[in-house]
Design a binder for this molecule. Structure first.
Ligand code: FES
Length: 175
């Protein structure tokens, strides 16, 4: 896990409020990280430094914990998480074709987020849909018996939904 060149101004207020709740409790690193990640969507570097200062440990120690657990993220995540299954059944049924198509459409590599932050793309082991292999998930929705066309359709559906939502929000603002 590494930082991309994410140059954002981070408002530390939310992190400070959460850290205040844990001031008197010893050893709260994991719940603190969980709460702060819930608030920001990921763990920005200035926030990690603030956590270390509050808990009296080094930033290096906090980064060590963050990188140990898959649940923590050092970079912003996409609005949707797209997981392509690379388990045995899917591999046999052509998962490579699916990952190639996803990477071509989204222009990302595994574990990366699209520039518009709509999708974070991950390759995962079995998602429990072997009878529909090859399969992928977008958020909680499973797509099975995939081919290149189905992959494209599924991704476009999410892109269109998001565009519609944005347009609706814009027109509501104008009213
Ligand atoms: S191996 Fe892909 S869903 Fe089980």
């Amino acid at each position: 896990m590494s930082y991309q060149a994410v140059e954002e101004k981070i408002d530390l207020t939310k992190a400070e409020e959460i850290l205040d709740q844990y001031r008197e409790i010893r050893g709260p690193l994991i719940p603190v990280l969980q709460k702060i990640q819930d608030a920001y969507g990921y763990l920005p570097r200035p926030v990690v430094e603030l956590i270390a200062e509050h808990l009296g440990v080094t930033p290096h120690q906090v980064f060590g914990v963050i990188t140990f657990y898959a649940q923590f993220h050092l970079e912003p995540r996409g609005k949707h998480i797209l997981r392509v299954c690379c388990g045995t059944a899917c591999h046999v049924k052509g998962a490579k074709q699916i990952t190639d198509k996803v990477e071509e459409i989204l222009e990302v590599h595994p574990s990366e987020t699209t520039k518009d932050r709509l999708f974070t793309y991950e390759q995962v082991a079995c998602i429990g849909a072997c009878s529909m292999a090859p399969a992928m998930m977008i958020d909680d929705h499973t797509f099975g018996e995939l081919d290149s066309g189905k992959v494209e359709k599924s991704i476009n559906k999410y892109r269109m939904k998001d565009n519609d939502r944005e347009q609706r929000a814009e027109s509501e603002e104008k009213e």
